[in-house]
Design a protein around this ligand. Structure first.
Ligand code: FMN
Length: 211
């Protein structure tokens, strides 16, 4: 295997370093986060640093880059206290990726890229109609990190899931919705199911759960 030290990485240009470090931690879920600014204009951004913090209360967090790099989503969430997270699928991944472009404030990315806003439940923030897994989130807290990024923690208040992916035990088989994952700064992958295992115990071999 090739060995790198942090000094090696520091000698690279920033895009190469970002791609390398970003890839090292592995594949990540990738979604479109929809929000609305104070003038009522919708915004979409691509976010892949999304993490489940706990199921009860149901908390999901994401990392927002420093404000200079990604100003709109975090600002809109601060103003409205609400946003939606929408899985990305191959059928619209090019349009989704285009939402990572730095459009000026007040540009509605739904219109720019040709995705459909879907308002429901009086939530007042659009979901992405083309997405088969949609979450309605309320802001819980924003934690500034030492490197200038922000951990934005949200409480789940609505979940819409395509029925084909739903298992009776609560498991959501996201391979059935072709929910994409991402790697590095710009790569999107589809996933294949491999295996589900029973709850692991120290004195027992795990069994297999069929998909
Ligand atoms: C694959 C991919 C993953 C991304 N993940 C993140 C992320 O986790 N956090 C972030 O702040 N920006 C991320 N971005 C960049 C944002 O999509 C981009 O800055 C976008 O314009 C959002 O900015 P806005 O909130 O100002 O609209 C990602 C971009 C791509 C292409």
């Amino acid at each position: 295997m090739k060995h790198f030290t942090i000094s090696d990485l520091k000698a690279w240009d920033r895009f190469k370093r970002a791609n390398f470090v970003n890839s090292l931690s592995g594949f990540r879920p990738v979604s479109l986060i929809a929000s609305i600014n104070e003038m009522g204009v919708s915004n979409l951004g691509v976010f892949s640093n999304i993490v489940h913090l706990g199921a009860d209360p149901a908390l999901i967090a994401f990392i927002n880059r420093p404000r200079e790099a990604a100003p709109h989503t975090i600002q809109n969430i601060e103003v409205r206290g609400k946003y939606t997270i929408n899985h990305i699928h191959p059928a619209f991944v090019e349009k989704a990726h285009q939402c990572s472009a730095k459009y000026p404030d007040g540009v509605n990315e739904f219109h720019e890229v040709g995705l459909t806003p879907d308002y429901k439940d009086d939530f007042n923030i659009p979901y992405v109609a083309e997405s088969m897994v949609q979450m309605g989130m309320e802001l819980s807290e924003i934690i500034p990190m030492q490197n200038g990024t922000f951990l934005v923690v949200g409480s789940l208040v609505h979940a819409y899931v395509n029925e084909a992916a739903l298992g009776g035990d609560g498991f959501i088989n996201l391979a059935k919705t072709s929910s994409m994952v991402s790697l590095g700064l710009d790569a999107y992958y589809e996933v294949n199911p491999f295996q589900r295992f029973t709850y692991a115990k120290p004195d027992k071999e795990s069994g297999i759960i069929p998909f």
